[in-house]
Design a protein around this ligand. Structure first.
Ligand code: ATP
Ligand code: MG
Length: 329
């Protein structure tokens, strides 16, 4: 019998994955794949909460997100890749959980507020406002113990824990209360200086970007605005590109910081060094991705078999939950 603890995490299928995903969650997924039984969710229902008018983007992103996860080194023999919309127990649990959450709890959720602002929503749909409830169902349909996510997800995991506690108390169920796992870089900023690199925000470097595309994006990244010429000493502590050096170029970062402060290196040269470090990270990822792009059917089969396994696990748990709720006659 499998006694490993379980991880559930995933990504919205709203486009390709980027460096923020890598440092915020993907790296942890790879590190923990031996120790934990991992479920990786292709969150297409959650994608609909904001991208309901773009079904073809969501469809192609199901493959993209699966391929990005595989490209960073997740082993298809070890992890289970799951398509959210095809797991009926998630939808059913969402309805049950929704009885235990108030509208104000959701309205005051800081991530909901930030995202609504970023999307420019004057009013919120029921689906968008309620996505943290659906996410609680994502995490708990398989009784996940641990959820490796970026900082923006912390309020959602806190809500999930509250819902689970209340549900267990009410119905005598033993749904696992999930724990959050934050990585060292809980939030990678965007190339435009925005607090978060986001795939719907046009400020990202994608894991599948070509070397040319990476350089274009790095070249255009926002730096210290006071540094109009190379002769003016820079302020690395407020420079976005320096932040990236801290994360992706640890070998050279202190030297680069000193040179910047002493006006011994210009922004273009500094960006070229970052570009080199990023491509060293991305080259092996690109190589793996190329394989999966050439073998789309293999990716499809992995998604279908992973989703079947998730349904078996979810249906068994849901049956038990329904019995405890006395909804079975
Ligand atoms: P969208 O803009 O469509 O919401 P996203 O870039 O926020 O896309 P998600 O699919 O919502 O991506 O997030 C997937 C996972 O990646 C979550 O755990 C999230 O916290 C993490 N993540 C996303 N962006 C970042 C970031 N910039 N820094 C750290 N973690 C991130
Ligand atoms: Mg997001």
């Amino acid at each position: 019998m499998d006694t490993k603890k379980r991880i559930l995490t995933g990504d919205r299928t709203t486009g390709k994955l980027h460096l923020g995903h890598y440092v915020g969650s993907l790296q942890s997924r790879v590190e923990l794949q031996d120790e934990y039984d991992e479920f990786i969710l292709l969150a297409d229902v959650q994608a609909l909460t904001t991208h309901f008018a773009e079904p073809s983007l969501i469809n192609s992103s199901i493959y993209d997100v699966a391929m990005d996860n595989l490209s960073v080194g997740l082993d298809p023999e070890k992890v289970t890749i799951v398509q959210q919309s095809q797991v009926s127990s998630i939808a059913e649990l969402t309805i049950f959980y929704s009885m235990l959450v108030t509208v104000n709890q959701l309205r005051h959720n800081p991530t909901i507020k930030t995202e609504a602002k970023n999307y420019g929503y004057a009013d919120l749909t029921y689906g968008f406002l309620g996505y943290p409830v659906s996410q609680t169902a994502d995490i708990t349909f398989c009784n996940a113990d641990l959820v490796p996510v970026g900082e923006d997800q912390v309020p959602h995991i806190e809500l999930a824990r509250k819902i689970v506690r209340k549900f267990n108390e009410l119905y005598g169920t033993s749904i696992v209360e999930p724990q959050v796992k934050l990585s060292k870089v809980g939030r990678l900023s965007g190339l435009d200086g925005n607090a978060k690199m986001g795939k719907s925000m046009g400020n990202a470097i994608y894991l599948s970007d070509s070397p040319q595309a990476v350089w274009e994006r790095v070249r255009n990244a926002v730096t210290d605005p006071a540094r109009i010429t190379v002769k003016i000493p820079g302020h690395p502590e407020i420079c976005n590109v320096y932040k990236y050096h801290c994360v992706f170029n640890q070998g050279e970062v202190s030297n680069i910081g000193e040179m910047c402060k002493n006006a011994a290196i210009g922004c273009v040269a500094c960006k070229k060094l970052l570009n080199g470090a990023l491509n060293a990270l991305l080259d092996p990822i690109r190589e793996k991705r190329h394989y999966y792009e050439e073998h789309r059917n293999e990716v499809r089969d992995l998604i279908i078999s992973g989703t079947a396994k998730a349904n078996a696990v979810g249906n068994a748990n849901l049956q038990d939950i329904k019995e405890k709720m006395h909804v079975i006659i």
